[in-house]
Ligand binder design. Structure first.
Ligand SMILES: NC(=O)c1ccc[n+]([C@@H]2O[C@H](COP(=O)([O-])OP(=O)(O)OC[C@H]3O[C@@H](n4cnc5c(N)ncnc54)[C@H](O)[C@@H]3O)[C@@H](O)[C@H]2O)c1
Length: 72
């Protein structure tokens, strides 16, 4: 199954995406990587998700956008 995880660089989104990749579900992560707290923590989570994808052979795609942005 292909699953969209919003807030994938955040605490809950990262752990959710990790479990999904581990069980073999393709993940599309979506996150603006905002600076509400240390951005380095979020970047390291994204690196871990890409590494987990390589390790498991399950695809992980990441979209760095703001959900609130609307193209007119
Ligand atoms: N952590 C908890 O224990 C807990 C408990 C109950 C509810 N929640 C709720 O669950 C949600 C996630 O919590 P968390 O702890 O993972 O927070 P978090 O701040 O670690 O993660 C949220 C992620 O969403 C991203 N984000 C925010 N607005 C965005 C937007 N407009 N477009 C794209 N990305 C955006 C941020 O960059 C961040 O990486 C929050 O709504 C929180 O209130 C969390």
């Amino acid at each position: 199954m292909k699953i969209l995880v919003t807030g994938a660089a955040g605490f809950i989104g990262f752990h959710t995406a990790s479990r999904l990749l581990e069980r073999g579900d393709e993940v599309v992560g979506f996150d603006s990587v905002n600076d509400y707290y240390d951005v380095d923590i979020k970047e390291r989570r994204l690196e871990k998700l890409h590494a987990l994808s390589t390790e498991t052979g399950t695809p992980f795609h990441f979209i760095r956008e703001n959900l609130a942005d609307q193209k007119q």
